[in-house]
Write a new protein. Sequence first.
Length: 195
Amino acid sequence: MTGRTRILMLLWLVCSLSAAHAQERVARGHLQASCEDAQGQRWAVTDAGEILRSADGAAWSVLDFNEEYAGYYPRMDWRAVASGGGSVMVAGLDPDGHLAVYTSSRGTVWSARSLEYTEAGERHVLDVTPCSLSYDSLRDSFFLCGTRGTLFEMPGCSHCNRLTRYPVDTLYSRTPEGFDALLLGSGGFRIVETL
């Protein structure tokens, strides 16, 4: 995410939150990512482990995931959020720098998502720094982009996760509607067909 994009997203969130005077509390963390679902509900995540949502962009509810799930899940520094297929997914890093992904159907109860995948007949667990999440309705899958050229597909079946790696430093984004990805390697940004 570029600095300009981050500033624009922060301004969007701050302007929206300023109208929500009746909120119990306002987000304390720095905005990391936002998205909008098919019903127009907006979602955002912060590096302080907060998950924000709004039906109208004016009134926001703030779920402090770290406080709500203390003792059950590790504290999280959220990096990405996406919605689709009746679910919302968030991805981030725990205090040890390990990747964790959680899903929810309504944004009130969150469950850990398996990050296991099979490669060369062996089971592995994905552990990269996430850069973005997207949802592809054609494949009915969430896609996580991250460091080490990672494109990780998470369909409804958690045993069917699929990892693809590209010879680049970081895979930044995948368009939800298609099969293009924006990569960063030693040669700079370029668009490639991923699937």
